[in-house]
Design a protein around this ligand. Structure first.
Ligand SMILES: Cc1cc2nc3c(=O)[nH]c(=O)nc-3n(C[C@H](O)[C@H](O)[C@H](O)COP(=O)(O)OP(=O)(O)OC[C@H]3O[C@@H](n4cnc5c(N)ncnc54)[C@H](O)[C@@H]3O)c2cc1C
Length: 242
């Protein structure tokens, strides 16, 4: 059973995202009609205007643009954390419809550091695969064909099992998501995934996401007593100057 690695692809996003946000925001403050507004936005540089929205807390215009990611090489433990974010849409590879002939899995870096632990881990994965296959075959003998057997045999699959998911979030939810999931307090796997997502959207919509990242980049760490105490280090990593 191969170990697998993270792959995050930005599949699609709202075309001209910063123009769309600027149009939505300008409409709030302008007496112009939609056609007029469209002309003005297309011909003017909106960078400063869009950049200001977040700082004045006018966030609803940012909801008009969405980003769709294809993500693979994450564990079910990670995807479970991801789908707790409710202001998003998800489509996940199903263990009910997909037969796990040979499931891939994620080995946490802490376990990889110790060859003896890796052995324990891999042995357990092999056992899980063997038990899954055995139970599935027996269920089929009992008349539970296809998804009827798979949906119950999957109870034997571990949290480490690899999954693939398509996720769509609007920019406002992404700003929130990056604040909590790029944070050092988030688990390493979802943090790595969030950092990759952030890298993609920063290229697609540099102004909207210019100041995006963990919650401590521009203000004191919001985690209070739970802080990792490494805000300075984090700011340096994100290239934020004091
Ligand atoms: C470090 C860390 C540790 C965690 N530990 C645990 C844990 O031990 N146990 C656990 O169960 N979860 C845990 N979580 C998950 C966490 O509680 C949230 O479920 C998850 O981060 C989703 O974020 P969210 O609820 O802010 O917002 P999203 O679902 O992303 O929604 C965005 C925002 O919309 C608003 N919103 C959405 N839905 C509602 C609603 N129904 N009512 C009012 N406002 C709403 C809120 O302002 C919310 O912040 C942890 C998360 C992190 C980052």
């Amino acid at each position: 059973m191969p170990e697998t690695s993270l792959n995050v692809v930005l599949l699609r996003y709202t075309p001209e995202p910063e123009e769309v946000v600027a149009m939505a925001a300008k409409l709030c403050y302008s007496a112009s009609g939609v056609e007029d507004l469209k002309q003005k936005i297309e011909t003017k540089d909106q960078e400063a205007f869009v950049g200001k929205l977040a700082s004045i807390g006018h966030l609803s215009p940012i909801e008009h643009v969405s980003f769709t990611f294809g993500i693979e090489g994450i564990s079910r433990a990670c995807s479970h954390q991801l789908v707790r974010h409710r202001v998003a849409s998800y489509s996940q590879q199903s263990q009910r419809y997909v037969r796990e002939e040979q499931f891939d899995y994620i080995i946490p870096p802490s376990i990889k550091r110790d060859p003896a632990l890796v052995q324990v881990f891999e042995k357990y994965m092999a056992e899980a695969q063997e038990k899954y296959t055995r139970v599935l075959k027996r269920l089929e003998q009992l008349g539970y064909q296809g998804e009827a057997g798979q949906q119950d045999a999957r109870y034997l699959l571990p949290n480490a099992a690899e999954t693939k998911i398509v996720v769509t979030m609007n920019a406002r939810e992404l700003l929130h998501f990056f604040r909590v999931r790029c944070c050092n307090r988030a688990q390493w796997e979802i943090r790595e995934m969030a950092e990759r997502m952030l890298g993609h959207v920063k290229k697609a919509a540099p102004t909207i996401f210019a100041k995006s990242g963990p919650g401590c980049l521009y203000v004191p760490c919001p985690e209070g007593k739970m802080t990792c105490g490494k805000s300075e280090e984090v700011r340096k990593k994100y290239g934020v100057k004091k």
